[in-house]
Design a binder for this molecule. Structure first.
Ligand SMILES: [Zn+2]
Length: 85
């Protein structure tokens, strides 16, 4: 079969530049979650289409969100997370 199923390359544009009302904020995990994999990894810019400027901010906010989230984890949980980081 010649038809390869790859990551669907939809129209790429920076979501944060396109929508000024969309905040890049660690307090908005509902937005950030679109830019991380289900395992919590940040999705590459070339896939999401985010521009360099916003991606830099996004990375920062995601890292901040991670640190915040870790505060809410139980002791056993955070110890496990720290090992992976
Ligand atoms: Zn942008």
């Amino acid at each position: 079969m010649a038809f390869k199923k790859k990551f669907t390359p939809k129209k790429k544009f920076c979501r944060f530049c396109a929508n000024k009302n969309l905040p890049v904020d660690y307090k908005r995990p509902d937005i950030l979650k679109d830019f991380v994999t289900d395992r919590g990894k940040i999705i590459a810019r070339r896939i999401t289409g985010t521009c360099a400027k916003c991606q830099r901010k996004l990375t920062l906010e995601i890292k901040r969100a991670r640190q915040m989230a870790m505060l809410y984890y139980t002791a056993t949980h955070s110890a496990d997370l720290l090992k992976k980081m």
